[in-house]
Design a protein around this ligand. Sequence first.
Ligand code: ZN
Length: 120
Amino acid sequence: MEQMTGTCLFCGQTRLVEAEDQNEANRIASENCTCDNNLKRVRQCSDNIEKICGETAKEFGMDIVTEEVIDSLKDTGKLCVFDYLQSATFRLTDSTISIKQTKDGVSVSRKKVSAVKLEA
Ligand SMILES: [Zn+2]
């Protein structure tokens, strides 16, 4: 990792980033650019998935989701950003996670499933 100048692939703005090579520097610059672009949306969607499924899930009263599922959720988010999918719902044992296209991007929501059934 070294400090490099990355160029946003969409608007050409440059910024200093930590990267291994020029391609990575450009990607990171694009993901963090002030302009509105799909790489940035993918990054924001992945960050949101990480927030509600990773270590910080506990803050929302949710359990941490396994890394494999988080990866699938991120891939699904990417498909929504690039307009291959409108929405997708994942049913986990404790909750339901929905990824949906919105007017300005992609939203991620997670609902806890709790049910009770009493029989006599
Ligand atoms: Zn840009």
